[in-house]
Design a protein around this ligand. Structure first.
Ligand code: RFL
Ligand code: PHB
Length: 390
C-alpha cells in the first residue's frame, strides 16, 4: 500500500488532518488501533474555540455542529459560594466559544471520511515506524489478521499520549517537560437538563467542581478527586451530594440529578515534547502535548497543530516548498506553550492543593479576588479562553 501522508491515530487530530488533506488533493491513510465504536465511546472535550469551529466548517464537517452546537458568550466562576459572570463576548470584543462534544466532532469526521471514500483502517494493531530519517519512510502493522506495509512520503503522529509516534524519536533528541498535579477529575455524564445555560467553574473549600453540558438534556459534571480514587467507589448519589457541596446555593438547589450514563476519572498533567518533528515524522495533538482540562484547551490545541501541519503539507505538495514543514515544530510550540501557561494558571487558580496551606492559600484567594475585581485581569483570561490566534 502507498499513500502520500500516513496518519497514525484516528482521533480528532488524525481524522481532521486526513479530511483537510483530502480537500486539497493530498492522499492519506489513517491507521487507528481501536474500533470506531470504542473511539466514539470516550467522553472528552466539550468546548470548541472559534478557530476550531472555523476549521471544521472549512473542512465541510460543520453542518451538524452548526445545528446542534451551543454558542456560549460567557461562563460563571464561583468562589466562596458567590457567582461571578465572565462575559467572554464583551471582554474579547465579540468572541465566543461553541459547546459541542468531542464525541460528536469525531463522529462527524468519521462520517465525512466515509462519504469521501477516505481510507481509515480501524483495529490496525502493532504499528511500527521504519526509516524515518530517509525519504522513503514506511509503516508496518497488523490488520484483519495480516501483516501489512504502508509506504509514504510523510508520517503524522496523531496517536495520543500513549501512542508509538513520540517514542520513535530517539531519547537523546527528545526533551520532555512534565508537571503532574496531585489530583484528578471524576466526571459523569447524565441525561438531565444542565443546571445553568452556561458553564460554572467553581472553587470551594472542598475542592474544584465544573458544571458543563452536551445538549439541553445531557449534562457533564466534574469534581476534583484524589489520585488514588476509583470511579466505581463513587455511587451516583455520593457524586451528586459532593457536587452540591461545591456549588453556590442557587445552583445546588436547582441541580436536577439522575442516573449517570458514564463515570470516569482523568488524571491531570501538563506535558510537552520537543521537538515535534524528527526526519519525516510530525507529532500533533496529544501525541506531543497534554494540558489539564481546566482551560478546555486540549482538543483546541490539537486543532491548531493540525492547522499548521496541514498548511505545511499543502505548501510542500502544491508549491514544492518544504519551509513550513521545517519550521512546523517551532511554530506549533509557540502556541502550545501559551496554552500550557493558561491551563496551568486556571488549574492553579481553581483547585484545592493539598500543600497550599498558609501562604499558598492566601495567594490563591488573592488571585481569585483580583480576577473578579479587575477588568484587565478578566480580559487576559477571556482572550486565552476563547483561543489565541493561529
Ligand atoms: P486522541 O483523542 O487521544 O486520539 C488518538 C488516537 O490514536 C489512537 N492510537 C493509535 N492508533 C494506532 N496505533 C497506535 N499505536 C495508537 N495509539 C493510540 C487512539 O486509539 C486514539 O483514537 O488524541 P488527539 O486526536 O490528539 O485529540 C486530543 C483530544 O482528545 C484531547 O486533547 C482532549 O480530549 C482534551 N480535553 C479537552 N480539550 C478541549 O479542547 N476542551 C475540553 O473541554 C476538554 N475537556 C479533555 C477534556 C480531556 C479529558 N480527558 C478524559 C483526558 C475533558 C477530559 C475529561
Ligand atoms: C467538558 O464539557 O467536558 C469540559 C468543559 C470545560 C472544561 C473541561 C471539560 O474546561
Amino acid at each position: 500500500m502507498r499513500t502520500q501522508v500516513a496518519i497514525i491515530g484516528g482521533g480528532p487530530s488524525g481524522l481532521l488532518l486526513s479530511q483537510i488533506l483530502h480537500l486539497n488533493g493530498i492522499s492519506s491513510v489513517v491507521l487507528e488501533k481501536h474500533t470506531e465504536e470504542y473511539v466514539l465511546g470516550r467522553i472528552r472535550a466539550g468546548v470548541l474555540e472559534q478557530g476550531l469551529v472555523d476549521m471544521l466548517r472549512a473542512a465541510k464537517v460543520g453542518e451538524r455542529m452548526d445545528q446542534a452546537g451551543m454558542v456560549h458568550e460567557g461562563f460563571d466562576i464561583s468562589y466562596s459560594y458567590d457567582t461571578h459572570h465572565m462575559n467572554l463576548k464583551k471582554l474579547t470584543g465579540g468572541k465566543t466559544v461553541m459547546v459541542y462534544g468531542q464525541t460528536e466532532v469525531t463522529r462527524d469526521l468519521y462520517e465525512a471520511r466515509r462519504k469521501m471514500d477516505g481510507t481509515v483502517l480501524t483495529s490496525a494493531e502493532n504499528v511500527e515506524i521504519h526509516d524515518l530519517k530517509t525519504e522513503k519512510p514506511y509503516l508496518t502493522f497488523t490488520h484483519e489478521g495480516q501483516m501489512k506495509t504502508l509506504h509514504c512520503d510523510y508520517i503524522a503522529g496523531c496517536d495520543g499520549f500513549h501512542g508509538v509516534s513520540r517514542k520513535s524519536i530517539p531519547a537523546d533528541i527528545l526533551r520532555e517537560y512534565e508537571k503532574v498535579y496531585p489530583f484528578g477529575w471524576l466526571g459523569i455524564l447524565s441525561e438531565t437538563p444542565p443546571v445553568s445555560d452556561e458553564l460554572i467553574y467553581s472553587h470551594s473549600d472542598r475542592g474544584f467542581a465544573l458544571c458543563s453540558m452536551r445538549n439541553a438534556n445531557l449534562s457533564r459534571y466534574y469534581v476534583q478527586c484524589s489520585l488514588d480514587d476509583k470511579a466505581e467507589n463513587w455511587s451516583d448519589q455520593q457524586f451528586w451530594d459532593e457536587l452540591k457541596r461545591r456549588l453556590p446555593e442557587k445552583a445546588a438547589d436547582t441541580l436536577i440529578i439522575g442516573p449517570s450514563i458514564e463515570k470516569s476519572i482523568a488524571p491531570l498533567r501538563s506535558f510537552v515534547a520537543e521537538p515535534l518533528s524528527y526526519g519525516r515524522l510530525f507529532l500533533a495533538g496529544d501525541a506531543g502535548h497534554i494540558v489539564p482540562p481546566t482551560g478546555a484547551k486540549g482538543l483546541n490545541l490539537a486543532a491548531s497543530d493540525i492547522h499548521y501541519l496541514s498548511q505545511a503539507l499543502i505548501a510542500r505538495y502544491r508549491d514544492h516548498d518544504d519551509g513550513l514543514l521545517k519550521s512546523y515544530s517551532e511554530i506549533a510550540l509557540k502556541r502550545i506553550w501559551k496554552a500550557m501557561r493558561f491551563s496551568w494558571w486556571m488549574t492553579t487558580l481553581l483547585h484545592k492543593f493539598p500543600e497550599n496551606e498558609g501562604f499558598g492559600d492566601k495567594i490563591q484567594r488573592t488571585e481569585l479576588e483580583y480576577l473578579i475585581s479587575s477588568e484587565a485581569a478578566q480580559k487576559s483570561m477571556a482572550e486565552n479562553y476563547v483561543g489565541l490566534p493561529y
